[in-house]
Design a protein around this ligand. Structure first.
Ligand code: IPE
Ligand code: IPE
Ligand code: MG
Length: 242
């Protein structure tokens, strides 16, 4: 186990959970079995984040581009989400975890939506870890939505174009909404050896530290998670200063 500095824990950690498909291939099982294993890994990371005293954990579960995958895979992913929330709802409540969704999930299958809404309602007053599930999430999409709201206010004469501030743009993002408010992530982790953002937290990640792990998401353990946090703690963050 690595030694973590409790004084330098990131408040918000965001994870691009990648590599479920390759894990499945490696094990000679269907892609959905990879997503199922990925869900188990996610569960352990939620528990562990809470133990480490992290306040906000965001996981990238489904992107606005993931609709390009086969119907079978897409509907399978949403079914797994129902399994997760139904099975673990009690534990989330017991652990005081508040679940929030980042993204427009209005078009996901009805049963998944119901299960999700039940979870959001049951955990909404919890004051422990805020667990954000980025679902049908796209960084460009959320910036476009925020700009649309601002353009509307300008067109109504509520504000002048030159009054637009960075804060206004931030407030219009999913992480700026009152219920799902989250500070910018200090740390963004991506697994499976890929080193790109794939449309994740484009605005919020302006000064995030990136840690890339070669481990495929289903094999990502609390131990590996701690290694990523230790790597973050060794970085010198400068924010453009000297
Ligand atoms: C990440 O695993 C999960 C989702 C995008 C839903 P992938 O399914 O992208 O796994 P690889 O990249 O094909 O290995
Ligand atoms: C990013 O992974 C999206 C999620 C992890 C949900 P992808 O596997 O979809 O990204 P690309 O296609 O490799 O960039
Ligand atoms: Mg992938």
């Amino acid at each position: 186990m690595v030694e973590l500095n409790r004084e330098r824990m990131p408040r918000h950690v965001a994870i691009i959970m990648d590599g479920n498909g390759r894990w499945a291939k490696q094990h000679g099982v269907p892609r959905l079995a990879g997503h199922r294993a990925g869900m188990e890994a996610m569960k352990k990371i939620v528990d562990h984040s809470d133990k480490l005293g992290i306040k906000y954990l965001t996981v990238y579960a489904f992107s606005t581009e993931n609709w390009k995958r086969s119907m079978e895979e897409v509907s399978g992913i949403f079914k797994l989400l129902v399994v997760f929330v139904n099975r673990d709802l009690k534990e989330l409540v017991d652990n005081n975890v508040r679940v929030e969704v980042l993204g427009d999930y209005s078009m996901i299958p009805e049963d998944s939506k119901e299960a999700l809404e039940r979870t959001l309602a049951r955990t909404k007053d919890d004051t422990g870890l805020q667990f954000n599930i980025a679902l049908n999430y796209g960084g460009r999409d959320e910036i476009r939505r925020s700009v649309e709201q601002i353009a509307r206010r300008a067109a109504n004469g509520e504000i002048k174009p030159e009054d637009v501030t960075e804060d206004m743009i931030g407030q219009g993002l999913w992480t700026g909404s009152e219920h799902a408010y989250s500070p910018d992530p200090e740390l963004i982790i991506r697994t499976s050896g890929e080193e790109r953002l794939s449309n994740f937290m484009l605005w919020q990640g302006a000064y995030s530290e990136f840690v890339f792990s070669d481990v495929l998401w289903p094999d990502f353990t609390p131990d590996e998670f701690e290694k990523c946090i230790a790597e973050y703690q060794s970085r010198d963050r400068r924010f453009g200063g000297r």
